[in-house]
Design a protein around this ligand. Sequence first.
Ligand code: ACO
Length: 333
Amino acid sequence: MSTPTPTPRSRILGTGHYAPARVVTNVDLEKVVDTSDAWITDRTGIRRRHLAADGETTSDMAAAAARHALEAAGLSVADLDMIIVGTISGDTPVPSCAVHVQQKLGAEEIPAFDISAACAGFLYGMTIADQFIATGTATCVLVIGVELLSRLVNWEDRTTCVLFGDGAGAVVLGPARGDGRGILSTCLFSDGALSTSLIVPAGGTAEPATPEGLAGKRNKVHMVGQDIFRSAIKNLTSASTLALKASGLRSAELDWVVAHQANLRIITQVSARLGFPLEKFVLNIEEYGNTSSASIPIALDEAVRDGRIQPNQSVLLCALGAGLSWGAALVRM
Ligand code: ACO
């Protein structure tokens, strides 16, 4: 028996993204750490990544993506009544990245806040926006996924520094119009038992930054890649299956999957487990690497702008990252 398709409460009005101009190839990284283009390409699918310029900030990138999304939606900053930013690499520990974005956009005194869910940050933000719109508390919400991880990785650690890139993606959400288009389902999960699988150990209250900690790079990303790899395949598959079921759609009715771009091997295995062809996955890991919370909105915007994703098509979004935190959503565009 199939689940009835729920009536969407919110829908995507516009998408946008920003990628820094500076491109660093795998061959460039061969001069930085003991690695090779062949290893990075074979093990991850990454060939290049865009890295922020000196002086460029997380909120600069987020504001650029936001303007792009507002333009696509035909709206202005004055139309916004909430700003949600998914990020783990904001400009400052305090205050939020969202208020820096608010100030740069010139937005009014509206709520602006961050979500810390690493690579799942955009999905968490979009789900929260959907809830605010569903209750009628908000009517126009800007959701941004942005990361500047090149300043959070240890450039002497080949197991992490080759993986990440910088960038931002954004969507503007507004109330659904009753035509079936919009967010059909969302599901979110976290498992703190795996909190040390990807962690920045120092710089918080548990381990305040000290000269010794900084010298030992404890203020940089530490990752147990294989734990996350295994968990990603399992949990992205189960969350996607759940979101699909809750949407009332059959997998044959699915047009596209926009999965978090962490590793092409993870995406390939999720594709096989879902029984959904890889050609229907929007892939850009080759160009950007892992941009954490920015990865889904960047890929979504690219596929909307180049015409792959068309109005009324159904798109599955799924992501997993540090936390571990993960989730999935089904959207009729
Ligand atoms: N270049 C060359 N060799 C390398 C590199 C490199 N850049 N990095 C690791 N190696 C070596 C290792 O030292 C190891 O060598 P050894 O066999 O002599 O010990 C060998 O390659 C294999 O290393 P593994 O870690 O087993 O490689 P694996 O196939 O697991 O790939 C990877 C590593 C790419 C990190 C993979 O585990 C992965 O993608 N994990 C998931 C990452 C992820 O999703 N992160 C979470 C999201 S990020 C966020 O939340 C912000």
